[in-house]
Design a binder for this molecule. Structure first.
Ligand SMILES: Cc1cc2nc3c(=O)[nH]c(=O)nc-3n(C[C@H](O)[C@H](O)[C@H](O)COP(=O)(O)O)c2cc1C
Ligand SMILES: CCCCCCC(=O)C(=O)O
Length: 364
């Protein structure tokens, strides 16, 4: 990567914004509606001060962790995002290389623009596979079968997208996926409408209305669990009520997420929704968080509240746009280094020391 050094995720964001075509940049950066939730994801982190402790030996800080049997160099991973070839010609293959080099988890979108097989072939870190519930259950079942056969270790069902949110940037741009970039793990004919550009509308919104199944309910989870031996996590849970139902339905984990502010505008900031979900889950399964994580201190705050790990969406695409695999590795590396710094400077050298007292004064 040439030019000024990229020292924090905001540097990657600015550099990516200069490189990508304006409509792609808007697709990546945008949220839905008035973008209140998008902004809230950041401002909610900014509102939480940390309570550092001192005179603790912090010469060595240990970020390593284990998530559903996978050893990770840090509790930070790649959130599923569609069509990585929008950001770099190598797409998800580069992302998987970068995540593997960083020793971190990658969740691959069902809308990946490289094959699950090519991604698995280069991955040195754990891969999970994200699913949207398609009306075409035969295609969904085939993707699950393929993912399991290729060694993907868990399924992440996104539940916040019965349809795509009102993304005004995409509507204004008449956004459509360029014809040479496709969701190659799904049927070409089914995906054709993602390429149909019409002024004033988003091809992705229209496509999802046709192809995503909005009738999905809790009762359908049994069908998915019956297809596979893989653990199933739910992504997009924001309330205690849904978290309780998720546990009752035997999920292996929950990702607290508002889809990066791209679905229901006015949904709570992810970090604000985390405590009620954690309370309801009561330790029955790991709870991850995504949405607005941009610094090591953001990650530390989520971990202090009780998250097992955080995922990042847009920052990975910024890294990809800036430098392919090495850009992704660097973005994840910067976040991990910042987290390590924050642990040292707050007197919490091990993840088990990272608890609620970092945010709230203990009683008594
Ligand atoms: C360009 C883009 C594409 C996305 N595609 C998907 C997807 O295919 N599946 C999914 O579950 N979430 C998708 N998401 C949401 C992310 O998984 C994640 O929830 C969100 O990006 C986290 O917020 P952050 O970008 O602030 O880190 C997408 C987000 C973006 C920005
Ligand atoms: C192909 C139709 C829907 C794409 C939505 C991808 C996504 O989750 C996002 O853009 O956000």
């Amino acid at each position: 990567m040439d030019g000024a050094p990229l020292l924090c995720l905001a540097d990657f964001e600015a550099a990516a914004g200069r490189r990508l075509p304006p409509d792609v940049w808007d697709y990546i950066r945008g949220g839905s509606g008035e973008e209140l939730t998008l902004a809230g994801n950041r401002s909610a982190f900014a509102r939480l001060p940390l309570r550092p402790r001192f005179l603790v030996d912090v010469e060595t800080c240990d970020l390593t962790t284990n998530l559903l049997g996978a050893s990770l160099s840090a509790p930070i991973g790649v959130a599923p995002t569609a069509f990585h070839r929008l950001a770099h010609p190598d797409g998800e293959v580069a992302t998987a290389r970068g995540a593997g080099d960083a020793g971190q988890l990658m969740v691959v979108s069902i809308l990946a623009s490289r094959s699950l097989k090519d991604i698995a072939a280069v991955a040195s870190g754990p891969l999970w596979l994200q699913l949207y519930w398609l009306r075409r259950r035969d295609l969904l079942a085939e993707v699950v079968r393929q993912g399991e056969a290729l060694g993907y270790r868990a399924l992440v069902l996104t539940v916040d997208t019965p349809r795509v949110g009102r993304r005004l940037r995409d509507r204004r741009n008449g956004f459509a996926v360029p014809p040479d970039i496709t969701a190659v793990n799904l049927d070409d004919a089914m995906m054709a409408t993602t390429h149909d550009a019409h002024t004033g509308t988003s091809a992705l919104e229209r496509h999802a209305r046709e192809q995503f199944d909005p009738t999905l309910t809790w009762a359908d989870l049994a069908w998915l669990r019956g297809l596979t031996g893989l653990p199933v996590l739910l992504k997009g849970v924001l309330t205690a009520e849904d978290a309780r139902l998720a546990v009752e339905h035997g999920v292996a984990g929950i990702v607290v997420s508002n889809h990066g502010g791209r679905q229901l505008d006015a949904a709570p900031a992810a970090i604000d929704a985390l405590p009620e979900v954690l309370d309801a889950v009561a330790g029955h399964c790991p709870v991850l968080l995504d949405g607005g994580v941009r610094t090591g201190t953001d990650a530390l705050k989520a971990l202090a509240l009780g998250a097992s790990a955080v995922l990042v969406g847009r920052p990975v695409l910024w890294g990809l746009a800036c430098g392919g695999a090495s850009g992704v590795r660097d973005v994840l590396g910067v976040l991990a280094a910042e987290l390590e710094d924050a642990m040292a400077l707050s007197g919490r050298p091990r993840l088990r020391d990272v608890d609620a007292t970092l945010l709230t004064r203990p009683s008594g």
